[in-house]
Design a protein around this ligand. Structure first.
Ligand code: NAD
Length: 504
């Protein structure tokens, strides 16, 4: 699946003007021909809650706006779910669990998951455009990554539904019951698929809340779930603020809660459910080290570094936000990075050539700007390529910091934006020590020519995922999850299924 790392700088407009290549790369600002995506995202003016297989208005009658972060215009009104709606969703889920769904053989459940996957493929372009408009990420990412990967998760888990005997040989596998799920805004549709597909494959029912900023694709997925004929109440989708998430997590009928979001909110939730006996999985924050050794193929590594931190504007839990670079090649890598960043295209997320889209919200933009200020104040050296940002919307240029030390906030805290902190190292041991010197442990990347070094690093790095000579590669068959303050439990693969069942 192509990601930013696979793309080469896009220069057709400049070639057409007959300008020499060197000037194209090192010139100040480029002029581009826009290539806007025009598929109809089919966005309704108002979305209700999805409870018991039907779209129903919220008990309070309250709605909130979801906006396009690229131009700050309203996209739709979304229902705001409160305590009565959460209770209704759990009642509907219990009815489904006690009824047809709870008794259905795996091979029958699989058919619904296959159907959801296929319907999503049928409407892929529409979903890609809607997701880009609600979230601000470039259309080439939603089109080539988010939507196909969401469908892939439903296909993969459909394949497991009638083979559950093989996930724990010799044991009987039973569903947990109703799972309460809350997801973040950085991969709205994909996180829905990560949560729902394994839960349903194992025979559970779900009450799920999308993030407040990006609820659109979740309610569009509800249309697909309805069209797929999934029995009423198996999936219930409630839009709303954090307090709605709190009600879903705290509900006594939830046999398990699954949360993806910040470490801070994860801790609040863990405290609130402590002692209730609920099963829990937590997918939380990260501060990954992307480690480049002097024997690495540097041009390939630079593409991997760019993909690692600027994919989805750096709003990725496993983003390679710390570049650890071997001293002998540090200057060369920084120079190559600067050249590469000068040709990244920042702007309209619906433009097919855009590399870096909008930050999800004004709040997030201010948070990231705050970190950039902190980096400068603490003495790191800021570099941003010349680039013209759109007048409206929440945009930031790709940002590099050199001269970063381990104590700087930009090296320690999760920024969740297009900001790379560059730190140097001299020895393998120093690289490992610096990479592990974080409260997080979600992912890491290693770039080297030596297989033995890859094995050593992947053994000693305290990270749930270690990529070697690549970054940000995902597959539904591959378990994903963290250590330390990045959470616990796994999503994807056989390990992810084990977190959604009882072994008896
Ligand atoms: P967030 O923690 O602010 O919000 C996540 C979700 O929790 C949202 O739906 C929000 O409405 C809800 N929420 C807020 N307060 C709540 C409460 N008290 N009880 C229950 N739910 C509540 O995170 P975010 O800003 O949406 O997402 C960014 C964070 O998510 C980053 O820290 C990122 O690293 C993390 N993340 C982790 C993974 C992973 O797999 N480890 C994946 C994606 C994102």
């Amino acid at each position: 699946m192509p990601t930013l790392a696979d793309k080469k700088p896009n220069r057709p407009a400049q070639r057409a003007q007959g300008r020499p290549a060197a000037e194209l790369i090192f010139g100040d600002l480029w002029e581009y021909d826009p290539a806007p995506e025009t598929a109809d995202p089919k966005i309704k003016s108002r979305y209700d809650l999805f409870i018991g297989g039907k779209f129903v208005p919220p008990a309070s009658g309250k709605y909130f706006d979801t906006i396009n972060p690229a131009n700050e215009t309203k996209l739709a009104e979304m229902a705001l779910a409160g305590a009565d709606d959460v209770a209704a969703a759990y009642r509907a889920a219990q009815k489904a669990q006690d009824g047809a769904w709870g008794k259905m053989p795996g091979k029958e459940r699989a058919k619904y998951l296959y159907r959801i996957a296929r319907l999503l493929q049928d409407r892929a372009r529409e979903f890609a455009v809607a997701e880009t408009m609600d979230n601000g990420k470039p259309i080439k990412e939603t089109r080539d990554f988010d939507v196909p990967m969401a469908a892939a998760h439903f296909f993969y888990h459909a394949g497991w539904a009638d083979k559950l005997a093989y996930i724990a040989p010799g044991r009987r596998v039973a569903p947990l019951g109703i799972v309460g799920q809350v997801i973040p805004w950085n991969f709205p549709l994909l996180m829905m698929a990560w949560k729902l597909a394994p839960a349903l494959a194992m025979g559970n029912c779900a009450v799920i809340k999308p993030a407040t900023n990006t609820p659109l694709s979740a309610l569009k997925l509800a249309e697909i779930i309805q069209d797929a004929g999934l029995p009423p109440g198996v999936v219930n989708i409630l839009s709303g603020p954090g307090s709605t998430g709190g009600l879903i997590m705290a509900h006594p009928q939830a046999a398990k809660i699954a949360f993806t979001g910040s470490t801070e909110v994860g801790k609040v939730i863990m405290r609130s459910v402590a002692g209730t006996g609920k099963r829990m999985t937590m997918e939380l924050g990260g501060k990954a080290a992307n480690i480049v050794f002097d024997d690495a193929p540097l041009d390939q590594a630079v593409e991997g570094i760019v993909n690692g931190i600027f994919f989805n504007q750096g709003q990725v839990c496993c983003a390679g936000s710390r570049l650890l670079v071997h001293e002998p090649v540090a200057d060369a890598v920084v120079a190559k990075l600067r050249h590469r960043l000068k040709v990244l295209r920042v702007g309209d997320p619906l433009d097919k050539n855009t590399d870096v889209g909008a930050i999800v919200s004004r709040d997030q933009l201010e948070t990231v700007r705050g970190y950039i200020d902190a980096g400068v104040q603490e003495g790191a050296k800021l570099w941003q390529p010349p680039c013209r940002l759109p007048a409206k919307g929440f945009f930031l240029p790709p940002t590099l910091f050199t001269g970063v030390t381990q104590s700087h906030r930009i090296a320690r805290e999760e920024i969740f934006g297009p900001v790379l902190a560059i730190i140097t190292f001299r020895t393998v041991e120093e690289a490992i020590e610096k990479a592990n010197n974080t409260e997080y442990g979600l992912s890491a990347g290693v770039w080297t020519d030596k297989g033995s070094r890859i094995l050593k690093m992947s053994t000693e790095l305290k990270a749930g995922v270690v990529w070697a000579n690549t970054f940000n590669k995902f597959d539904p068959a591959s378990p994903f999850g963290g250590y330390k303050e990045s959470g616990f439990g796994r999503e994807g693969g056989r390990q992810g299924l084990l977190d959604y069942c009882k072994l008896v």
